[in-house]
Design a protein around this ligand. Structure first.
Ligand code: HEC
Ligand code: HEC
Length: 261
C-alpha cells in the first residue's frame, strides 16, 4: 500500500487520478466561461433593446439623463446607482429579476415610465441582464435574493378588515397620504439624490386608482411591508403585525375603489 502511495505521489508519469482531476477542472472552467459568455450575449442583446426603447429617458449611460428627462416631473431612474423602489426583497436589497421585469412589463403609472407589455419575454430577460451590467452593486453576490411571496388571507376585503385598516391608516399614514387618501401637496427629496435635485417623491394618491407597483392585493401589501427605498415611505415589517398590514391593504384597496381580486 505504501509503495503504491509513493508511486502515486512521486511517480514520473502522471497517474490516471491526476489526469482525471485536471479534466474535471478543465470542464468546470469551460462550462463557467460558457455561461459567462451566454450572460454577455444576453446583456449585449439587452443593450440593443435598451437603445431602442429606454435610452430617450434613461440615457445613453443609463444615468437617467436621457433627452426627455428634463421635461419629466418624476425623473427616470439612474440605473448606474443600483437603487430601486419596487422590490419583493427587504428594504436596502437589490430587486429580483422578476421585480425588474414586473416594472418593465407593467410600467410605473402615474410616472411616465411606460408599460412594455409588447416586448417579448426573452428581450425582457436580456434587458434585465443589461441593467445588471450598469452598476457594480450587482457583482456583490450576497446583496440580495431573499424575497417575500405573500399568500393573501381570506379576511382581506371584508368590512371588518377595511374598518380596522382605516383606523390604523389614520394613526400611521394620514400625515403623508392624506385623509381618505386625498393627498396634500407634500413632496420629499429622494435619499439617493443630492439636495439640489428637483426629482421629488410624493406619497401615492390612492384616488388615482393606478399606483406604481401595481394594484394587485399583494402589490399593496408588499409596499406596506417593505416600504419604498429612496423615499420616506417606511417599511412596516417590524412596527405593525402581519394582520394589520393586510387590514391596511383592505383599506387602501377600498379607497382605490377596488374589490379584492
Ligand atoms: C418616457 C420615459 C421612460 C421610458 C421610455 C422608460 N422609462 Fe424606466 N423609468 C422612467 C421613470 C420616470 C422612472 C421612475 C419612476 C418613479 O420613480 O416613480 C423609471 C424607472 C425605471 C426603473 C426603476 C424601477 C424601480 O423599482 O425603481 C427601471 C428598472 C426602469 N425604469 C427600466 C426601464 C427600461 C428597461 C426601459 C425600456 C424598456 C424604460 N425604463 C423606459 C421613465 C421611463
Ligand atoms: C413619511 C411619509 C409616509 C408615511 C408615514 C407613509 N407613506 Fe406610503 N408612501 C410615501 C411616499 C413618499 C410614497 C411614494 C413613493 C414613490 O412612488 O416615489 C409612498 C408609497 C406608498 C405605497 C406604494 C404606492 C405605489 O405607487 O405602488 C403604498 C401602498 C403606501 N405608500 C401605503 C402606505 C400606508 C398604508 C401607510 C401607513 C401604514 C404609509 N404608506 C405611510 C410616504 C409615506
Amino acid at each position: 500500500m505504501k509503495d503504491k502511495l509513493d508511486n502515486f505521489v512521486s511517480g514520473s508519469r502522471p497517474s490516471a487520478f491526476v489526469i482525471f482531476i485536471i479534466m474535471i477542472m478543465l470542464s468546470i472552467m469551460i462550462v463557467s466561461s460558457k455561461s459567462a459568455q451566454a450572460e454577455d450575449r444576453h446583456a449585449a442583446n439587452g443593450k440593443l433593446v435598451y437603445d431602442k426603447y429606454c435610452v430617450g429617458c434613461h440615457g445613453v449611460k443609463g444615468d437617467g439623463k436621457g433627452a426627455a428627462a428634463v421635461n419629466l416631473l418624476i425623473k427616470p431612474r439612474d440605473l448606474t446607482q443600483g437603487l430601486f423602489k419596487f422590490k419583493s426583497t427587504l428594504a436596502g436589497s437589490l430587486p429580483t429579476d422578476d421585480d425588474l421585469k414586473n416594472s418593465i412589463t407593467n410600467g410605473l403609472s402615474p410616472s411616465s415610465m411606460p408599460s412594455f407589455k409588447f416586448v417579448p419575454e426573452d428581450e425582457k430577460d436580456d434587458l434585465v441582464a443589461y441593467i445588471k451590467t450598469l452598476s457594480p452593486k450587482w457583482n456583490i453576490k450576497t446583496a440580495t435574493k431573499e424575497f417575500l411571496k405573500p399568500t393573501i388571507p381570506d379576511f382581506v376585503g371584508t368590512k371588518a378588515s377595511i374598518a380596522t385598516g382605516k383606523k390604523i391608516y389614520e394613526e400611521r399614514c394620514v400625515f403623508c397620504h392624506g385623509q381618505d387618501g386625498v393627498r396634500d401637496n407634500v413632496k420629499f427629496h429622494l435619499s439617493w439624490n443630492d439636495e439640489n435635485s428637483t426629482d421629488y417623491t410624493r406619497p401615492a394618491d390612492f384616488r388615482y386608482k393606478t399606483i406604481k407597483r401595481g394594484a394587485r392585493v399583494e402589490d399593496i401589501y408588499l409596499s406596506i411591508t417593505i416600504g419604498v427605498d429612496g423615499t420616506p415611505m417606511p417599511s412596516f415589517n417590524e412596527t405593525l403585525s402581519e394582520n394589520d398590514r393586510w387590514n391596511l391593504t383592505s383599506y387602501v384597496l377600498s379607497v382605490m375603489g377596488k374589490e379584492r381580486r
